[in-house]
Each structure stands twice: as C-alpha cells, then as structure tokens.
Design a protein around this ligand. Structure first.
Ligand SMILES: NC(=O)c1ccc[n+]([C@@H]2O[C@H](COP(=O)([O-])OP(=O)(O)OC[C@H]3O[C@@H](n4cnc5c(N)ncnc54)[C@H](O)[C@@H]3O)[C@@H](O)[C@H]2O)c1
Length: 411
C-alpha cells in the first residue's frame, strides 16, 4: 500500500487527532503540510510532524492557492469553514477527509456531494462511530441475523454535564448561528449510526428540544459573571471553571482553552477567555436536551435522546428485533445479546481499541479506512452520498424542532 501524504487544514483538536495516525503508522501516512492561522498551534504542529516552513500556511486559502503538494487534504476547520476548502481541494485533485458536519446548510452538503461526483475523487466524512469496533460488532450481529429483523432502535447520547458546559455553553458550539445546531454539531453522528444500523430509508421525523438550564435566569443570586472574579459559589457549583480545567491534566478539555498548559497559563485563560465565564451568563443558544423520533420506509421506528444532564459521557443503545435484542454501552465497550427464549443475555466480546485514539477507536478507524480508499481498496462507509442522507435527517429534525411539526423526507 502506498503511503498517503496529507495537508492538514486546521491544527486544532481534530487536526491533531487524525494527524496522530502518522506517528502510529508512519508507513501509511505522512503529514507534509499544515494550514493554521494561530501561530503557536501551527508551530507546535509543524514541530510535531517535522514540517518545514515552506509547507506551513496561515490559512486554508493560502495552502490551496499553491500547486497540489500532497495526495490528500484533511479538512479540520470549524463547521462553517468546511464547504469552501473541501470543494477547492476536490477541484485541485486532492482526496479529502472531511470533518462532520459536512456543512451547516443542506444546500452546501448537496454541493459537496456534487463536487465529489464531478471530480471523481475520494471523500470520506468523519462519522467516526461507524469505524468503532463497538458499532462494527453491532452491525455484524444485525447482518448475521442475531436478532431477526430490526423493528426498534433506541439511542441515548449522554453528553455529560461538564462536557455540555465546555463545548455547548462556553465553547465553540454554543451559538447555532455561528456554527451549527446541536443536532448537526454533536448528534449528526447519532442519526447517522441509526440510519446505518437500520439499513433503511427514514421517511418521517419529528423532534423536540430546547435550552432549559444554561440561561441567565438560572444564575444564582450574587454569582460572579466569571468564576475567578470571587464567585461565592466556588465550592458548590459543579461548573466552577477550575474544577474542569485546573485538575492537573493537560489533556482535553484543558488543551482546548490555551496552548500554555502550565497552571499559570490555564488560570490566565480562565481569567480572560470564554471558558472562565459563568455557565449562566454566556452567549449560548444551542439546546441542552433534544429528542428525535423516526419512522423508516419498512415501518421500523427509532428514537434518539441527546441530553447534557448526565454524569457519564457515553452512548447507550438498545436494538429490538423480531427474534431478540442487543443492548450496548459505547464507553464501557459492552454489548449484550439476548435471543428470545434464552434465559440470560450473552456478553459479546468487542475487539480492543488502539491506545491514544479517541471516540472508541473511531478516530483511528476512519483514517485507516481513508488510506485504504486512497489506495483504491475497501468501501467508503461514509461517502458524501451516504452522509448526505443522514445529514438530511438532521436538517429535517431541526426543522421539526423549530416549527413543531413532523417532517416527511423525500426519496
Ligand atoms: N468527528 C468527530 O467526532 C468530531 C469531534 C469533534 C469535533 N469535530 C468537528 O471537527 C471540526 C474541528 O473541530 P475542532 O474541535 O478541531 O476545533 P478547533 O477549534 O480545535 O480547531 C479548528 C482549527 O481551525 C483553525 N482555523 C481557523 N481558520 C482557519 C483557516 N482559514 N484555515 C485553516 N485553519 C483555520 C483554528 O485556528 C483552529 O485551530 C469541527 O467541524 C467539529 O464539529 C468532529
């Protein structure tokens, strides 16, 4: 297999997550160039991946104005900056690994799908759950008929109270107008995985959800607007920022808020930056809980719950078929299969996940599969065409939530 050379656009959290594959499997992937406006991030990334100054760019625009310099482009910029670099990269003849959501508008998702068809290049959307050993095993069980015909799927996304506060109240995905609504930003993975496991077309969708907690009217009397400005609720408030970021760890989520990971650097970021704000007086508007109901063409149904009010961060699924049921917990890597008539459920072993890679091994799996595709091998589990279908479900769910109506999806 030929080694794939990649240009990474956006050396933030995701750019680093995928680039890390090249350190694990240097014969398969080499990161040869980077585009990142934040100089410190760019320099750290260049040093980590031994990229010379002539291949370091201040933005995707500058990098993609150069002649083609690699086999593939990894689009790891924020949601609202996916379409233009993806289309430009396809036009230049690159294969593309594109972060989810494809885009935050349906029209742009359609344009990306068209761009892929017209260019004939490979494009994989990073719906990482499909590449986890956990969901692959569940898919295998369904395929081999372990529970008969699937009739009902229930999926719960337990976002976790502090993760909700970090990403969707204080952080990057707090404002649906700037980035994406929750159903795209976080839960496009979930509707995609339901669609994949159901192996059918979603026909009807409805959704409810709102922001009920992280709002000014819930700020305790006398609380400071920034945690470090002498807030009297330091002991009792679980969202007191130092409890989340000044824990001694320099890993996620601390590494998101600053590049200076000393206690002084983190404290400074909390004093001045967005992550030190009281969770009850941020400029957030995305929902903190949402439910989605789906009916599929063959009559099967699915329900999905996303909630920020959980202690754990995991996805829990129950798949009910005509002959049995599968229950699973992603974070615990635990799958139980119970065929009707059997007294007890059987635990189904899940293959191990490579150390150091997030999302239950999905971050590793998606890059591994992408490298094979660039080499002309394997199946594109999350092509633009496939991903467009589940993105359409997200746009329909958001329409339903906003307009309080059920939405019929086209053929
Ligand atoms: N697949 C998943 O499971 C998953 C998980 C988290 C985030 N995401 C998605 O990944 C994307 C990136 O998220 P992140 O957490 O890495 O964000 P991030 O903020 O850590 O990284 C984005 C980077 O893009 C850089 N950038 C800004 N303008 C740029 C430009 N013109 N050219 C090049 N780079 C530019 C920023 O400086 C930043 O470093 C988002 O779309 C997000 O929704 C996907």
């Amino acid at each position: 297999m030929k080694k794939v050379r990649a240009l990474v656009l956006g050396a933030g959290s995701r750019g680093n997550a995928y680039a890390a594959y090249s350190r694990e499997c240097p014969d398969e992937l080499e990161v040869v160039a980077v585009a990142e406006p934040d100089q410190k991030r760019r320099d750290q990334f260049a040093e980590r991946y031994q990229i010379g100054p002539e291949k370091c760019f201040t933005g995707w625009e500058e990098a993609l104005a150069q002649p083609k310099m690699a086999d593939a482009v990894f689009v790891c910029t924020l949601d609202e900056m996916h379409t233009a670099p993806a289309l430009k990269a396809l036009e230049l003849g690159y294969d593309v690994l594109l972060e989810k959501p494809m885009s935050n508008t349906e029209e742009e998702c359609i344009a990306i799908e068209r761009g892929v068809r017209e260019s004939g290049r490979v494009l994989t959307v990073c719906h990482v759950l499909r590449y986890t050993p956990f969901f692959r095993k569940i898919k295998e069980l369904i395929r081999e008929g372990a529970i008969g015909k699937t009739v009902t799927i229930d999926l719960i996304e337990n976002v976790g109270y502090w993760h909700q506060a970090h990403s969707f109240v204080r952080g990057n995905w707090r404002d649906a107008k700037e980035t994406s609504p929750m159903i795209l930003a976080k839960s496009c993975h979930d509707l995609d995985i339901i669609c994949w496991l159901m192996e059918d077309r979603c026909k009807w969708i409805s959704s409810f959800g709102s922001l009920v907690h992280f709002m000014k009217e819930n700020q305790p009397a006398g609380a400071a607007d920034r945690c470090l400005d002498g807030c009297p609720y330091e002991d009792e408030c679980v969202y007191f920022a130092p409890k989340i970021y000044l824990t001694g760890s320099t890993e996620w989520p601390a590494d998101i808020i600053t590049t200076d990971l000393t206690p002084e650097g983190i404290t400074e970021a909390l004093r001045k930056g967005p992550y030190g704000r009281c969770v009850y007086c941020c400029d957030n508007n995305v929902v903190d809980h949402q439910v989605v109901n789906m009916e599929f063409a063959g009559g099967a149904t699915a329900s999905f719950t996303m909630t920020g009010f959980t202690a754990e961060l995991t996805r829990q699924i129950k798949i009910m078929g005509t002959n049995g049921q599968i229950t699973g917990d992603l974070d615990r890597s635990r799958i139980l299969l119970q065929r009707f008539g059997e007294e007890d459920a059987t635990e189904v072993p899940v293959p191990g996940v490579r150390d150091g890679f997030g999302h239950g091994g999905g971050d590793f799996g998606v890059v591994q599969n992408f490298i094979r595709l660039v080499n002309g091998e394997g199946d594109n589990l999350t092509s633009a065409n496939v991903s467009l279908q589940s993105h359409r479900m997200c746009f329909a769910a958001e329409k339903s939530r906003r307009e309080h109506c059920a939405v019929r999806l086209g053929k």
